[in-house]
Design a protein around this ligand. Structure first.
Ligand SMILES: [Zn+2]
Length: 151
């Protein structure tokens, strides 16, 4: 392990009731969580439990589960929101736009035709089209079903 836990300011390492309410599913070495400041409905992240900055630091186990949960996330978003497309991405480092530095996370952002124009029109502000509690209620059962299918 490169580091057992974050420095206390890492949102992925800090456990709190409000943070934990955003978690959709937990794997063995990683979890899926709703983004508190979503770019669109269903903006979720796949995060390793371990505070580690990049893919180079990931163990084989972590790599495998990150991809499994990213796959489940794609399937869950498709089922729940029927988006026209999904951005799947990792921002490594501040220059690449990472909001949380030093703790790797995979973003999944559902997209709809024309949403870019809409976002530009409102001045690049983040919108919250659906309450996060609603998103959690919608997505959690799907992730649970997908996890069972992999057992
Ligand atoms: Zn962390």
């Amino acid at each position: 392990m490169t580091s057992a836990s974050g420095d206390g300011s890492c949102i992925f390492c800090q456990s709190s009731p409000s943070r934990d309410a955003l978690i959709l599913v937990r794997g063995r070495v990683s979890f899926v969580i709703l983004n508190l400041y979503p770019y669109s409905s269903g903006h979720i992240m796949v995060v390793p439990n371990r505070h580690a900055p990049n893919l180079a630091s990931m163990s084989a186990d972590e790599q495998a589960e990150l991809m499994t949960l990213t796959r489940h996330a794609e399937m869950a978003l498709t089922e729940a929101y029927a988006p026209h497309g999904i951005n799947v991405g990792i921002n490594l480092g501040r220059a690449a736009g990472a909001g949380v530095l030093d703790h790797l996370h995979v973003h999944l952002v559902p997209r709809w035709n024309g949403d870019t124009n809409f976002m530009t029109a409102i001045g690049n502000a983040r919108v919250l089209p659906e309450h996060l509690g609603e998103s959690a209620k919608r997505l959690r059962p799907i992730f649970e079903r997908l996890a069972k299918g992999d057992e």
